[in-house]
Design a binder for this molecule. Sequence first.
Ligand SMILES: C[S@@+](CC[C@H](N)C(=O)[O-])C[C@H]1O[C@@H](n2cnc3c(N)ncnc32)[C@H](O)[C@@H]1O
Length: 234
Amino acid sequence: MSRPPRPRPGRQSGLKPRLRTAKGRKTASTRWLQRQLADSYVAEAKRKGFRSRAAFKLMQLDDRFRLFRRGGTVLDLGAAPGGWTQVAIARSGGQVVAVDLQPMDPLPGALCLVLDLEDEEAPGRLEAALPDGADVVLSDMAPRTTGHAATDRLRIAALADLAYDAARGMLRPGGAFVVKIFQGGAHHDLLGVLKKDFASVRHAKPDASRKESSEFYLVATGFRAAGGTASHSG
Ligand SMILES: C[S@@+](CC[C@H](N)C(=O)[O-])C[C@H]1O[C@@H](n2cnc3c(N)ncnc32)[C@H](O)[C@@H]1O
């Protein structure tokens, strides 16, 4: 299967749509709408049939870090609506398991599970879905924000820890782990653990991630199995 063509959306179209603030519509939502319309990644995702603009983030991370191997197995956590899953299917061509709290429309080439990672049955269900483990574990999970900054930071960090708890039990030697993190979040303990468990850990903010968003990704490659040596070439 060939890779989807690499998109080259121009970030500055020069044609910024103007929106009049509708009576009753809050300025913030007007700004959001304006950003969506001006965002060429949104348009490009629609044109290319991706379910979310987030698909471009994963393509850009894979272009840089060569995450996927042909025929490799991928676990995609926090997958809905499915942009990352589409990229994982196209670029790995192997088994893909997509997991989210929310149901997502089926995608040929992926097993979609409705599952809360915080649920105690989660590890067992993941193991049943992927008994031979995974070459790549992705987590784009993000909790609903409460508006209380300190609480949100803790919840985001807790979700990242949870993603790695799942990944650690599933990854094959040499595998890769990608997790969404937020600037100023409490992820330093996780970073320390990843540095021990992987040959390489990098911070990355793909071009498709909005500049004003504090999100970025930790990209860990070359998973070392307990007592073993990393063997992943990609
Ligand atoms: C930013 S969206 C993911 C977008 C996706 N990567 C894509 O490309 O379309 C974050 C997702 O994380 C999911 N999520 C948040 N907490 C979760 C949890 N505890 N278990 C499973 N999924 C969770 C949300 O339901 C949401 O769909």
